[in-house]
Design a binder for this molecule. Structure first.
Ligand code: AMP
Ligand code: ZN
Length: 484
């Protein structure tokens, strides 16, 4: 079945058509590193990673780029708070390095790789020259203008030429809205359709954190321009196939990204498919730093999130990263997801049961018949129905083979489950399974000879030893009665 994606731009589920060269260029808006990432942020990266794995399984070569916002209103403010009013770009680097490291640690714990050749993380401070060049090109074409406090993007001019500003939000986005005002701050709401800052003129409150340029003046990049530039640089000017981010980025961030990039590209398309994950909530409200209702992955490792139930020792062998990854897979990416302690602890318990099932048979007595992997992939190809795909994994995992390996690999939980499987004490059933299997074979001989009294006697014996037996066209199948 072909891969289908819900494209925010067209507001439709569309069949995915690969690019001509077969390489999929995937871009994800990365973290703003003024603090530790919260688990809401991490939901969006787990989604992008599963998407990457599904694309790879569908046979595509995937190039994945993520930016790291280390220059913005928040990172600069925190640096000035810590280093004082004379803070420099070096201080900003020192400050943000700390949270980049924390972010990379989180990704590692979530099994999101960063060290593969096709995965690149690019920090904004490494692209200052490219950003300046980009802004100058916009200025030259008349899409940007300089004022006393920076360089701004001209929405009216863009609208005259392209007529689609705000297309990601909706076709009639600009209707009835006033344009021509300016906004310097990075984040603003949908009611303020203002020309936004590409280059923010040096401000006293930024200390000495600024970069000089004879044409643009002393200043620093605005928030939105970085992603346009990093897409262009990272993918050598080629169209980005898939761009992801949380739904809060649709406006203004992605809307402005489209305008800036499209202004320079003209008819060539900037991005073909826009995918947005919905939010992680707490008590029905978006998890956000500003709401102070957030948890970090470190919080999830604390005593508060330790299982206290009957199987606590086994459940607490499961890492917070694995539990959270599994929790997010249980809800499809386009749906809001409410985070609770109970939900995380049940995700741990589920994983423990999953590992128990996984280790049931060293040598499975029968192979799971049917199109189990096809069904799993079909669910994922239907706009990443991870919740549905998970059900197929549960069905197949007691009888592991390479199809189960593939499922675990796509979910990014294979190594963890293998480790868990090895750590959990092998069940007794495993040791007696050879004896059981002999009885099953003996019974099968009686049964095929129509010696039903003998075969029924053996079935009873097998049953009393704790196993269910079923005759199927593929031969007899057995499983422990206590298999969940
Ligand atoms: P930021 O670090 O604020 O730039 O956000 C990084 C990513 O996390 C962006 O894709 C956001 O849209 C996403 N994000 C922020 N809050 C949440 C949330 N509560 N649930 C899911 N994604 C979020
Ligand atoms: Zn971005």
């Amino acid at each position: 079945m072909a891969l289908k994606l819900y494209n925010t731009l067209t507001r439709k589920k569309e069949e995915f058509n690969p690019s001509k060269d077969g390489v999929i260029r995937l871009y994800t808006c990365g973290p703003t590193v003024y603090d530790h990432a919260h688990i809401g942020n991490l939901r969006s990266y787990i989604f992008a990673d599963v998407l990457r794995r599904v694309l790879k399984h569908n046979g595509y070569a995937v190039r994945w780029i993520m930016n790291i916002t280390d220059i913005d209103d928040k990172t600069i403010k925190r640096t000035v708070d810590e280093f004082g009013s004379q803070a420099t770009p070096e201080n900003l680097k020192e400050y943000t390095d700390r949270y980049i490291k924390s972010f990379l640690d989180d990704l590692k714990k979530l099994n999101i790789p960063t060290d593969e050749p096709d995965i690149t993380l690019i920090r904004v401070s490494d692209k200052i020259e490219e950003i300046k060049t980009f802004i100058k090109e916009l200025k030259k074409l008349g899409y940007a203008y300089k004022t006393e406090d920076g360089v701004y993007f001209n929405i009216e001019k863009y609208q005259e030429k392209f007529g689609d500003y705000g297309c990601l939000v909706g076709e009639s986005f600009l209707n009835g809205k006033k344009t021509g005002t300016r906004v310097k701050v990075d984040e603003y709401d949908k009611e303020s359709v203002s020309d936004f800052a590409l280059w923010k003129g040096r401000d006293q409150s930024d200390g000495k954190i600024f970069w000089s340029d004879p044409e643009l003046g002393d200043g620093r990049p605005g928030w939105h321009v970085e992603c346009s530039v990093i897409n262009r640089e990272g993918f050598n000017g080629k169209t980005t196939d898939i761009h992801t981010g949380g739904v809060d980025l649709i406006f203004p961030h992605h809307t402005n990204e489209i305008a800036q990039s499209q202004a320079l590209l003209g008819k060539d398309k900037f991005v073909r498919y826009w995918l947005h994950n919905d939010h992680l909530l707490v008590g029905g409200k978006k998890m956000a730093k500003s709401e102070k209702n957030f948890f970090t992955l470190k919080d999830l490792e604390s005593d508060l999130f330790r299982s206290k139930g009957k199987y606590k020792d086994k459940e607490n062998m499961i890492s917070a990263g694995l539990a959270f990854r599994h929790l997010t897979l249980q809800t499809n990416y386009g749906v809001k997801m409410n985070f609770t302690k109970t939900a995380l602890l049940s995700a741990k318990r589920n994983l423990y049961y999953l590992a128990e099932k996984y280790k049931k048979y060293e040598n499975p007595p029968w192979k799971f018949s049917g199109l189990i992997l096809d069904n799993f992939i079909n669910d994922l190809n239907e706009n990443f129905n991870t919740a549905g795909a998970l059900a197929h994994l549960w069905e197949a995992i007691p009888y592991p083979d390479d199809r189960v390996d593939t499922m675990l690999e796509i979910f990014g939980i294979k190594d963890d489950l293998l480790k868990l499987k090895a750590e959990l004490k092998p069940l007794e059933e495993k040791n007696i399974s050879i004896k059981i299997w002999k009885l099953v074979n003996e019974r099968e001989k009686y049964r095929t000879n129509k010696q039903f009294v003998q075969s029924d006697r053996l079935r009873k014996e097998i049953n009393e030893l704790g196993y269910e037996l079923k005759d199927t066209p593929d031969g007899p199948k057995i499983w422990p009665k206590n298999l969940n």
